[in-house]
Design a protein around this ligand. Structure first.
Ligand SMILES: Cc1ncc(COP(=O)(O)O)c(C=O)c1O
Length: 424
């Protein structure tokens, strides 16, 4: 089955003349259309706000685009907070959803007036120690445990996840926080990842809305926002159907009207912390076939490797591959598409049926716009690629340069050896 690329072969040939492969390419038009659709889908909720999960795609130029539509930043570490600050986000524009959080990171989040989302009840005391007080507005992360199911399908296993507080703990946390002067409360949960169904958010919303009603009744805490976090997935496989964000927004609205309105809690703002849904389909990894190898299997070696995209090696994740210019050719060759790491799992595809690939062919690896570049590492001394933006007018802009050996050796710059390492 086919999956369309957002760039044509002709466009790509021009781009590779300017920027050497491999690189991640992002589609400005797609990003803009998608964020507009998301905002529209939740426009029924007055306080709605998307906090883009920076960890998915920590590129300031891409996050700037989302900021134009009023999106904030969901940060999970000090450097992500620094990035948010550098692009002008402060206060309620930043959600600090971290876990196992070092004290200095709480301090920095507080300095920026970010909304802090506590992962555990013990973090109340820890946060007080860190910042000497508690903020007036705070969020707590909830984990009801058990399996998260939609009909009979197991979506994920929150009972096995390290995140969030139990039902008893979150109630207790709200009581403690209220007694210590906190005035505004949020509830956050992330119970399933990469869900390709319109039912996930509405089901999660039901769990959270009912919990909010119960908590407000029991503790008197004023819940002002509910954060549905991330988890809306994308169709990585060509036979999967995309989520319909309008149907998802309507599904959440229905539950809101059923649960929150009758409880007189119709002033609650809905927040989301989407990453994959915001950027995933609007990025691809462009790479070139540089070797073919015929041994016990048929291999095509490309110039990208797991350093540029780790998901297949890490999770066995499927990423569709288009051989540019051969979109309509019969997929009658079975290949492993490999990178150059000394790791046998460095394969972008295993036993994939593709058209015949020749050395020099350009391959587009789809849906790398989220949790793609950002997961990269430097094993084997391999360097991370550039990121390029394909703008709405068809022109391109470099939005992150490729790493150089100097970057790789930079942490030796306090030693004399450094000069030897970086001399050409
Ligand atoms: C706390 C938190 N929020 C949001 C996200 C974004 O999730 P997704 O990219 O699946 O939407 C993540 C992803 O790991 C997360 O850990």
């Amino acid at each position: 089955m086919k999956k369309e690329t957002f760039v044509t072969k002709e466009q790509l040939e021009e781009i590779v003349n300017k920027y050497p492969t491999p690189f991640h390419l992002y589609d400005e038009k797609g990003i803009r259309e998608n964020v507009k659709a998301l905002k529209e889908a939740f426009s029924w909720n007055k306080g709605y706000k998307e906090y883009f999960a920076i960890k998915a795609t920590p590129n300031p130029f891409l996050i700037n685009i989302l900021q134009e539509y009023g999106c904030g930043c969901d940060c999970s570490s000090k450097t992500e907070l620094m990035l948010a600050k550098a692009i002008g986000a402060t206060g309620d524009d930043i959600m600090f959803s971290s876990n196992d959080t070092p004290m200095e990171e709480f301090q920095y989040a507080h300095e920026l007036n970010a909304i802090i989302n506590l992962d555990d009840i013990t973090h109340i005391e820890f946060l007080e120690k860190a910042i000497g007080t508690l903020p007036k507005k705070i969020s707590c992360r909830y984990n009801p445990g058990g399996l998260f199911k939609i009909s009979n399908d197991i979506m994920d296993n929150p009972g096995d996840a390290k995140y969030g507080m139990t039902t008893e703990q979150i109630k207790e946390a709200f009581k403690i926080l209220k007694s210590k002067g906190v005035e505004e409360f949020g509830i956050h949960a992330f119970l399933a990842s990469n869900t390709v169904t319109n039912d996930y958010y509405p089901m999660l919303a039901k769990v959270l809305f009912e919990t909010a009603v119960e908590i407000q009744k029991e503790t008197g805490a004023h819940v002002t926002f509910i954060n549905l976090s991330g988890g809306i997935g994308i169709p990585y496989r060509p036979d999967q159907e995309s989520n319909d964000i309008r149907a998802i927004g309507e599904g959440v609205r229905k539950v809101y009207e059923e649960v929150l309105i009758p409880a007189n809690m119709g002033d609650i703002a809905i927040y989301t912390e989407l990453g994959r849904f915001m950027m995933g389909p609007y990025g691809c990894l462009v790479t070139r076939a540089i070797h073919e190898k015929h041994t016990h299997k048929e291999y095509i070696g490309v110039d990208a490797c797991a350093v540029n995209l780790m998901r297949p090696a890490m999770y066995g994740a499927y990423h569709h591959i288009t051989v540019m210019g051969k979109e309509n050719k019969i997929c009658d060759h079975k290949y492993d598409i490999t990178g150059s790491l000394c790791e046998n799992n460095d394969k972008f595809a295993i036993d994939r049926m593709l058209p015949e690939i020749e050395k020099g062919d350009l391959l587009v690896i789809h849906d790398t716009g989220a949790h793609g570049f950002s997961m990269g590492y430097n094993y084997n001394g391999k360097l991370k690629s550039a990121e390029i933006l394909l703008k709405e007018d068809g022109s391109t802009a470099l939005i992150r340069r490729a790493e150089t050996p100097q970057d790789y050796f930079a942490t030796f710059d306090c030693f004399d050896l450094y000069n030897k390492l970086v001399e050409e």
